[in-house]
Design a protein around this ligand. Structure first.
Ligand SMILES: [Zn+2]
Length: 479
């Protein structure tokens, strides 16, 4: 679902009025009533966020808003602008944002009631919230292709649930052992996980809403920042997770080389407490139609451009295996990526090893970089693998000289402050050599798979000819 143009976004701030009396019944003298299953206000939880609070965060024309995040990353091809509210909820209500109250408990409480579980409770809450938006917005007019379905590229919807977002909130460990039920303040114990959810809600005019993003209204650092919403909304457009999905804790490999903060879809959404999410990885920027690629068919010198130069593109460098190629891009520490890594490096060139054979099987299952062993099968190599400096374990000879990198990273949730390639007197800083890096599962250097007739000595060497900057030349040699 590649968006062809900027899309309207509807933000829904959702409150849970368990007994349906229209009043927030939270009583500081009796917080236990919200958490007692036999209480009529079990699961009551009202939003603290107001539309004014989140307008600038999402739609502000200046600064680090989500509108500017997508505009910057896509070089002006795509962003989310406020959906028009046809029936305003009050005189000074801004565009693009609704406040909805539904007469049910918060889904993290609802799931504990008879007849519910996680899935049914989330489905019910999302359905009821979306349905409650119907009087305020003429959804049918957003069905641009007239197929009866309002898709997220025609109108995106994100629900900010009253309460905290689980992954970016430090819970109150004194309170409860259940992660979704120990939010940090007594009036807001119930939390949701940020997700992109399928739904099916019939709206006026014969159209259906089929997908929404869902997150909390707050995290540990205050009102919801844009990182997690930007990640979840990218899912709605077709982006996939770039962290280890479905890997049981006992099966985890320390340092499995996921992209970490080099992709919004890995850990990039948390950068700067979610205020400065990093860009999506180049593979998915191309996939989503946000960026162009140029193919380096011949060896020689090519120029890469940073995102903020306005001329960003990823350079695709084919290898001796038609399934595998390298994407080269410039990542400068500027704009939303000013906090891309810890420390004060300036950025530079990042290489990515793409394996389409793996992606064909795993990308749409959101597991192209996962370390899981589906049905006990061996792990597979990453289909979208970072090739960076200073972050992989180093294999040295007896004199202490680096000879190659091992398969895993030396750190779990981060990458080195200066993982970039750029012109330098130190050849290790200027030269990417595919024979230094191996597949995380196969342990195979240069290529994950060597087709028949291709020498195991085959490698790609790329020298970066410029210091970090808006334009960086690279020299490609294969053989
Ligand atoms: Zn995700």
């Amino acid at each position: 679902m590649q968006p062809k143009q900027p899309a309207p976004l509807l933000i829904v701030i959702a409150s849970y009025d368990a007994n349906g009396n229209g009043i927030n019944d939270y009583d500081p003298a009796h917080p236990e009533l919200l958490n007692d299953k036999t209480s009529p206000i079990y699961g009551e939880q009202w939003a603290l966020t107001t539309p004014k609070d989140c307008y600038e965060t999402f739609f502000g024309e200046n600064g680090y808003s989500m509108l500017n995040y997508y505009k910057e990353m896509t070089n002006g091809k795509f962003w989310f602008y406020p959906a028009h509210i046809d029936q305003k909820q009050n005189d000074d209500a801004p565009e693009g944002i609704l406040e909805i109250t539904v007469p049910i408990p918060h889904p993290a409480a609802l799931r504990n009631l008879s007849g519910y579980n996680n899935v049914i409770a989330a489905r019910k809450a999302i359905h009821d919230i979306v349905k409650a938006c119907d009087p305020y917005v003429d959804f049918a007019k957003y069905d641009l292709n007239g197929d009866g379905i309002v898709t997220p590229d025609e109108l995106a919807i994100i629900i900010l649930n009253a309460g905290y977002e689980n992954s970016s909130t430090k819970p109150d460990l004194e309170y409860s052992t259940v992660r979704e039920e120990n939010g940090p303040i007594p009036s807001h114990r119930y939390m949701v996980h940020g997700t992109s959810q399928n739904t099916e809600v019939e709206m006026r005019g014969g159209v259906k809403i089929v997908k929404v993003s869902n997150t909390g209204e707050m995290n540990s650092f205050g009102p919801m920042t844009i990182g997690t919403p930007a990640h979840e909304l990218a899912h709605n457009l077709g982006a996939q997770d770039m962290y280890c999905r479905f890997t049981p804790p006992a099966d985890r490999v320390f340092g499995w080389p996921i992209p970490n903060q080099l992709s919004l879809m890995s850990r990039g959404n948390n950068r700067g407490h979610g205020k400065m999410p990093t860009y999506i990885d180049p593979y998915q920027r191309i996939y989503l139609g946000f960026s162009e690629e140029e193919v380096a068919e011949k060896d020689g010198i090519y120029t890469l451009y940073s995102t903020m130069s306005g001329k960003y593109k990823a350079l695709k460098i084919p290898t001796a295996n038609p399934d595998e190629y390298i994407l080269a891009e410039v990542r400068l520490k500027e704009g939303f990526e000013a906090d891309l890594t810890d420390g004060d490096s300036k950025g530079g060139v990042v290489f990515w090893h793409i394996d389409e054979k793996i992606n064909q099987e795993w990308f749409l299952k959101a597991q192209c970089v996962s370390s899981n062993r589906p049905e006990g099968n061996p792990r597979h190599d990453l289909g979208n693998a970072i090739r960076i400096r200073n972050t992989f374990e180093e294999i040295r000879d007896e004199n202490g000289n680096l000879i190659k990198y091992g398969p895993y990273l030396t750190m779990e949730k981060n990458i080195a402050p200066d993982p970039f390639f750029y012109k330098s007197d130190d050849p290790r800083t200027a030269i990417y050599d595919s024979s230094m890096f191996c597949g995380a599962a196969s342990g195979s250097y240069s290529l994950n798979h060597f087709p028949e007739g291709v020498s195991k000595d085959w490698k790609l060497v790329v020298e970066v000819l410029d210091e970090p900057g808006a334009e960086m030349r690279i020299k490609i040699t294969r053989g």
